[in-house]
Design a protein around this ligand. Sequence first.
Ligand code: AMP
Length: 429
Amino acid sequence: MKSSKKSKGKKFAFQSPKGTRDLLPNDFLYFDKVEKAVKKTSSLMGFSRIETPMFEDVKLFERGTGSSTDVVKKQMFLIKGKGGENFALRPEMTPGVLRAYIESGLSHVMSPAKFFYWSPLFRYEQPQHGRYRQFYQLGFEILGADDPAFDAQIISASYGVMEELKIKNIIIKINSIGCRTCRANYVKKLKEYYKNKLNKVCRDCNKRYYDNPLRLLDCKEEKCQPIKTQAPQTLDYLCSSCKTHFKQVLEYLDEMKIPYIIEPTLVRGLDYYSRTVFEIFTEGLDFALGGGGRYDYLSETLGGPRMPAVGAACGVERIIEALKTQEISSVPKTRSKVFLIYMGDQAKKKSFEILKSLFDAGIAVNEAFSKDSLKSQLRMADKEGSQMALILGQQEVFEDVIIIRDMESGAQENVPIKKLVDEIKRRLK
Ligand code: AMP
């Protein structure tokens, strides 16, 4: 996936910004494969595509994603507008999708609404394997829905993309962090538990204790692990309606035979989650391919109506990494089977008319306008693996014919130019 920054000869003065990568033609062999899978899954499951601006009012993320989250506190690319506006390059899609849903009035005509997206995002992170400053996410959101069936459907859509791509041994880690009421209860217990252990946990955990206690469970520091594993578990503090909701999500996953494990310390990094949270992993990679959950209060937090919702986002670069690690092939390069060769200026000019008529007929054609000799053009046609070469010289232009050369046998035939399209179609069958 990593594009080489080395160029032959003298070093170029500019390089792509740290943590970003150019997507070169070979990268698109994988990108296109993943995009095709998400479009197929979405169309089968009734998700419509949505896209929002790449930058938004910074407050949308401060309020929505949460001002105490790493994403907002440390990772936003901020832009100052000339009129003094404060924008941020979107670090995630969910708040923007919800804003668009309400702002467009769609929330009055489509509820629940099922969206999918395929979009670039920006996070000012320390770049490392599987972590970039500009990356793509594919994702699903269902807005205006609190039934656990929709949680299961969101997980099934994400899982469906992985299955379509033939990624092996996918496992969903899942948990429930409860609703406003039972979570408050739980957080109280969690804080009580950590209260006299603060001198034993890392500095970040000390901050989390005050800013965002649930994230104490998210700590990856070695010295915090023994304390974390003994901490009270969210599932033990769910109210009866959250308990039933979670049980039903799991039952629906069982029905679909989607493999999951309950992960009691899973809480996710963004503030708006409630009830179901999950992450998607695969064999051989230690980072998550995707994750998501319910965000029943996000709309209200942003000043909108009550609107329960659930969604998931998966990292496209990480999915591609999984495809490569598991040696799953990309889409094959598309090669045109026809190669047009010209000799002389008059033939070169006439080539444009012929190429246009072939393109209009939906026939892909390659040419080598930078090479003039017959020999070098034939060599190109051979290298490209073309099935046939169309050869046009001054004599052919004069007679309104073109030579079709079968590249395998070398057999050549003169064909009137006006019959060329039909003849090529016949040979390509
Ligand atoms: P999040 O929006 O943080 O829940 O992330 C959802 C998914 O997006 C993760 O599971 C990753 O696959 C992917 N992801 C998040 N941050 C990055 C990043 N900086 N670079 C590449 N992929 C990312």
